[in-house]
Design a protein around this ligand. Structure first.
Ligand code: MLT
Length: 260
C-alpha cells in the first residue's frame, strides 16, 4: 500500500489479523528485512511493515530527522486504519525511530521491542563520521555504505549468499535516503532518559554476536526498563534475518501478553 504523508509517498505492507505490531526496519534496509519474521507471525497478529522514507519503496527527502520518521509512522498507521496503541518493534535505526515515536506519541504505544538497537546518541566523533559518509554517498553512490556495512551486519557463521543478497539490497537504497538517514542518526537525541521513564512493557532482543549494538548495551537497556532480554545465539546485528524463528518466537510471546 502507499500513502502520501508529510511531503513524501510512503510504502507499507499489511499482513495477518490480530494484535497490531508495527515493524520498523534498520539502516539502510527496508521492510523486507522482516519477511521471514512476518511469515511466522501473520497467523496470529496484524503486522504493519513500512519502508521508512528514502528506503525500499518509499520516496526520499533531502533531509530527515527521527521526528520525521516517527511522524511518518503515525501516517502509515492511519493508512492501515490503526488509530489506537500498537506494539512497536524497531531494529537498530528502527529502534531509534520507535524511541522518538514513544517520546512524541506515548498514547499510541502498547509495548516496545528493541531489536539490535540502542538508546544513547552518537558520540561527536561518530556523528562527524556519519556526516562525512553522507557527503561521500551523495557523491559516489550507495555502494560506499553497502560495502562498509556488510562486514559488520552478520555473525561469523552467516553464508556468503546472505551477505551478498543484503549488500545488493543496501546498494539499491537511494543515496538521498541514505544521506538523510545518516544525518538524522547523527542528530538524534539521547533517548536513555526516555527509556528509563517508559511506562510500557519493553523487550530487548539482540544477536549474541552483534558487533554494532552489542549484548552489553542490550542488557543495560533491559535492566533500566525492567524489561526482558532475549539473546539470540548464532546471530549478529541482523538477528531478525539470521534467526527469524527465534526472533519471531520472542516477539510473539511478548505481543501475546500485550493483547491481554
Ligand atoms: C542500523 O542497523 O540501523 C544501523 O547500524 C544503526 C547505526 O548505524 O547506528
Amino acid at each position: 500500500m502507499e500513502i502520501d504523508a508529510n511531503g513524501v509517498r510512503l510504502r507499507f505492507t499489511i499482513h495477518g489479523a490480530g494484535e497490531p505490531l508495527l515493524l520498523v526496519h534498520g539502516f539502510p534496509l527496508s521492510g523486507r528485512m522482516w519477511d521471514a519474521v512476518v511469515e511466522r507471525l501473520a497467523g496470529e497478529f496484524r503486522l504493519i511493515v513500512p519502508d521508512l522514507r528514502g528506503h525500499g519503496g518509499s520516496e526520499a527527502s533531502d533531509q530527515a530527522s527521527m521526528g520525521d520518521y516517527a511522524d511518518d509512522l503515525v501516517a502509515v498507521l492511519a493508512g492501515a486504519g490503526e488509530m489506537g496503541p500498537v506494539v512497536l518493534v524497531g531494529m537498530s535505526m528502527g529502534g531509534y525511530v520507535c524511541l522518538e515515536f514513544c517520546r512524541r506519541y506515548p498514547d499510541r504505544v502498547r509495548g516496545l521491542a528493541l531489536v539490535d538497537s540502542r538508546a544513547e546518541p552518537d558520540t561527536d566523533e561518530a556523528a562527524a563520521k556519519r556526516r562525512e559518509t553522507a557527503e561521500r554517498v551523495l557523491a559516489e553512490g550507495s555502494q560506499v555504505v553497502a560495502d562498509e556495512m556488510v562486514g559488520k551486519l552478520f555473525a561469523a557463521e552467516a553464508s556468503s549468499e546472505l551477505r551478498d543478497a543484503w549488500r545488493a539490497h543496501m546498494a539499491a537504497t537511494s543515496p538521498r535516503g541514505i544521506a538523510a538517514a545518516l544525518n538524522a542518526m547523527a542528530e538524534r537525541p539521547d533517548s536513555e532518559p526516555l527509556l528509563r521513564e517508559l511506562e510500557v512493557p519493553v523487550l530487548v532482543i539482540v544477536g549474541a554476536e552483534d558487533g554494532i549494538t552489542p549484548v552489553e548495551v542490550a542488557r543495560e537497556m533491559a535492566m533500566v526498563t525492567g524489561g526482558e532480554l532475549e539473546v539470540i545465539p548464532g546471530a549478529g546485528h541482523m538477528a531478525a534475518v539470521e534467526k527469524p524463528a527465534e526472533v519471531a518466537a520472542a516477539l510473539a510471546e511478548f505481543a501475546r501478553r500485550m493483547g491481554k
